[in-house]
Design a protein around this ligand. Structure first.
Ligand code: ARG
Length: 458
C-alpha cells in the first residue's frame, strides 16, 4: 500500500474525514507554477552544495518542468494522498524521474519554508496584475474628469447641498483615494518580497544552501533573516488583506455616491445596461447591481482581513497548521478585488452623465457662502457676514424664492455694505472659479490635479 509522504512513523490510518479536512490541494493547486519555480531554484541550490550531481540536477529540472506542463494542459492527475500542492508535485516528480533522484529534492527543505515561499511568489505576481488594474481604473476616472470639466453640480456634505463644484472635481476626489491605494500597494512589495526558502522546518538549512543565490533566482528583494520568522510569518498576507480592505472601502464609497446619483430623485448619472440588471417582477427597474456588489464585496474582504487576524492571534512561534487557513481568504480577496477593479473601471467608463440634471440641482442657496464672502471682500468680518447671509437665506425662504430673487434694496437693508454688484454673486461658474487655491475646483487647479495624478501613474 502507498505511504503518505510523512508516513514513516505512523502505524494507524488517517480518519477519512480528517484526510479530507487536512487536504488543501483543492485550493492551493493554483500555486502550482510558484511551487515548481521554487523547486527548480532549490534543485539548483542543492547542486551548488553537492547534494545533486549536474546530471541529477538537469533530470530534476526537466521533471519539474514536465509536472508544470501537466498542470498547464490540465493533465495533472491528483491522487488521493496528495495532501497539498507541495506533496502532489513531489509525488508526481518522483513518478516521472524515479524516486532515486526525485527523493533528493526535499533535502534540507520543509513544506514550512516551501509554502511560505510559494505564497509570496504567487502574491507578488498577483500584485503586478492588481497594480495594472488599479492604474487602469484611475486612468478612466482622470479621462472623464479631463473631458467633463464644464459640468457643474452641487457638492454635498451630510448629503445636503453645500457649494457648487465641478463634476470633475468630484471624480478626482475618488481618483486621489485610489492613487494613495496604489502607493500603499507598491509599498507592500518589499515586505512580500522576502525569501523564506532555506529556513527549513524552523531551524534553518543544515546543508549551507546559498540563500542569496536562491533569492536572486526567484527574484526576491531580500532574505528572511531568521528561519523561525521565515516559516511563521504571514504578516505579508495580513497586510495585503488590510490593503484590500481599505481599497474596497474607497470602492464602496464611490459606489454609494454613484448609486445615489443614479436614482430618479438625483438623475445625475445613468449606468450602462452592461453594468445594470432588471427586476424579476417590476418591469421598469434598472438596478445598479454592479455598484451594489462593489459596495457589498467590501464587507466580504474586510471579513477576510478580520478573520485572518483572528487566525494569527495567539499562535505559538513558527509553523502551525492554522496557517493553512491563510489561503482561502487571500485567494478570495485577490479574486474579488481584481474583479472589482475591472468592474469599477467599466462602470465609470460607460456611465452616462447628465450635466443638465446636475445644473438643475444647483439652487441659489449653495451660493450663501459666496454671499458672505462678498461682504468679507468689502471689509466685514466673516462671523458677521455669515450671519447676514443666513438672514438673506431665511428671507428668501419666507418669500419662497431664491436668493437672486431678492432685490438689491433687500440686500442693502440686510447690510449697508451691499451694493448693486451683489447680483454678480449669483453665478455658479464664477463661484467655482474663485476657488483657485491649490486643491480647489477651478479650471486651473483642476489642470494641476490632473497632471499630478497622471504623474503618479508613471
Ligand atoms: N499545506 C500546508 C499549508 O498550507 C503546507 C505546509 C505544511 N506543513 C506542515 N508542517 N504540515 O500550510
Amino acid at each position: 500500500t502507498k505511504q503518505k509522504l510523512w508516513g514513516g512513523r505512523f502505524t494507524g490510518k488517517t480518519d477519512p474525514l480528517m484526510h479530507e479536512f487536512n487536504q488543501s490541494l483543492k485550493y492551493d493547486q493554483r500555486m502550482h507554477a510558484a511551487d515548481i519555480r521554487g523547486s527548480i531554484a532549490y534543485a539548483k541550490a542543492l547542486t551548488r552544495v553537492g547534494i545533486l550531481t549536474k546530471d541529477e540536477e538537469s533530470k530534476m529540472i526537466q521533471g519539474l518542468e514536465a509536472v508544470e506542463r501537466e498542470w498547464v494542459t490540465g493533465q495533472f492527475e491528483a491522487e488521493p494522498d496528495d495532501e497539498d500542492i507541495h506533496t502532489a508535485n513531489e509525488r508526481r516528480l518522483s513518478q516521472l524521474i524515479g524516486s532515486e533522484i526525485g527523493g533528493k529534492l526535499h533535502t534540507g527543505r520543509s513544506r514550512n519554508d516551501q509554502v511560505a515561499t510559494d505564497m509570496r511568489l504567487w502574491l507578488l505576481d498577483e500584485v503586478e496584475d492588481i497594480q495594472a488594474s488599479l492604474k487602469a481604473l484611475i486612468r478612466v476616472i482622470i479621462e472623464r474628469a479631463d473631458k467633463e470639466r464644464d459640468i457643474l453640480l452641487p457638492g454635498y456634505t451630510h448629503l445636503q447641498r453645500g457649494q457648487p463644484i465641478r463634476w470633475s472635481h468630484f471624480l478626482l476626489s475618488h481618483a486621489l483615494s485610489f492613487r494613495y491605494d496604489l502607493e500603499r500597494l507598491q509599498q507592500l512589495i518589499p515586505r512580500i518580497s522576502v525569501l523564506p526558502l532555506g529556513s527549513g522546518a524552523l531551524a534553518g538549512n543544515p546543508f549551507a544552501v546559498d540563500r542569496e543565490f536562491l533569492a536572486k533566482e526567484l527574484g526576491f528583494q531580500s532574505l528572511a533573516e531568521n528561519s523561525m520568522w521565515g516559516v511563521g510569518d504571514r504578516d505579508f498576507i495580513a497586510e495585503f488583506l488590510m490593503w484590500a480592505s481599505l481599497t474596497m472601502t474607497h470602492m464602496s464609497r464611490i459606489s454609494e455616491d454613484l448609486i445615489v446619483y443614479s436614482t430618479a430623485e438625483f438623475g445625475f448619472v445613468t449606468l450602462s445596461d452592461a453594468y445594470s440588471t432588471g427586476s424579476s417582477i417590476m418591469p421598469q427597474k434598472k438596478n445598479p447591481d454592479s455598484l451594489e456588489l462593489l459596495r457589498g464585496k467590501s464587507g466580504r474582504i474586510f471579513g477576510h482581513m478580520a478573520g485572518f487576524m483572528m487566525t494569527l492571534k495567539g499562535l505559538p512561534s513558527t509553523y502551525n497548521k492554522d496557517l493553512q487557513e491563510d489561503k482561502e481568504p487571500l485567494f478570495d480577496a485577490v479574486d474579488n478585488i481584481s474583479a472589482s477593479l475591472k468592474i469599477a473601471e467599466g462602470v465609470i467608463a460607460t456611465m452616462e452623465v447628465h450635466g443638465d440634471k446636475m445644473r438643475q440641482a444647483l439652487t441659489m442657496d449653495v451660493l450663501a457662502t459666496d454671499l458672505a464672502d462678498y461682504l468679507v471682500r468689502k471689509g466685514v468680518p466673516f462671523r458677521e457676514t455669515h450671519h447676514v447671509s443666513g438672514r438673506a437665506v431665511a428671507l428668501a425662504e419666507a418669500r419662497a424664492c431664491q436668493l437672486n430673487d431678492l432685490g438689491v434694496d433687500d440686500y442693502k437693508k440686510l447690510h449697508p455694505k451691499f451694493e448693486d454688484d451683489v447680483v454678480q454673486v449669483f453665478d455658479f461658474e464664477a463661484s467655482v472659479e474663485r476657488r483657485m487655491a491649490i486643491g480647489g475646483p477651478s479650471r486651473k487647479t483642476l489642470d494641476r490635479q490632473i497632471s499630478v495624478l497622471r504623474a503618479a501613474l508613471q
